[in-house]
Design a protein around this ligand. Structure first.
Ligand SMILES: [Zn+2]
Ligand SMILES: [Zn+2]
Length: 155
């Protein structure tokens, strides 16, 4: 699969590339790790959207994003990969002035959605991060990862 981003590492939607009316569209976006301290590695995002393009002035997106991200378990501190799926609704609106966070203004053929996608990824992450629901964590006494080793406290 080919993931698209331009030289400035922005995620943009070419408004002219979207057919007027209703369509189904697939997007591939990348958030570069160098760009945001928050991410340990590049995040590759697949977006699947049902789009209603109203005369190129208001374009409504309704669908979902999917991505895999490296997280650190709150209990055992191990790094692991997690696949995340999140439903998303947003609107691109020509010359929009307002503070609705789901409406992104554009005034050119390209609409910059980098910050929106970045926030979307961050807010779709679980508040409590566990490698497994039954993660046994780290022994406070001997410090071993109890998922992998037996406690050595009473040896
Ligand atoms: Zn864990
Ligand atoms: Zn122990």
């Amino acid at each position: 699969m080919k993931y698209c981003y331009n030289k400035k590492l922005m995620i943009e939607i070419n408004v002219l590339s979207l057919p007027v009316g209703i369509s189904e569209q697939k997007f591939q976006w990348v958030i570069r790790k160098d760009e945001y301290d928050f991410f340990n590695e590049d995040v590759y995002i697949n977006g699947f959207f049902h789009i209603n393009n109203i005369h190129g002035r208001q374009i409504e997106f309704n669908g979902k994003i999917e991505f895999e991200i490296q997280l650190v378990c709150d209990r055992c501190l191990k790094k692991f990969k997690k696949k995340i799926e999140e439903n998303v609704i947003f609107i691109l609106k020509k010359d929009y002035i307002g503070d609705d966070i789901d409406i992104i203004s554009f005034n050119d053929f390209y609409c910059n959605i980098t910050d929106f996608v970045k926030d979307l990824v961050i807010t779709s992450l679980p508040i409590k991060v566990l490698c497994d629901e039954n993660c046994k964590g780290i022994c406070p006494g001997c410090g071993v990862n109890l998922n992998e080793e037996k406690c050595k406290c009473n040896l």
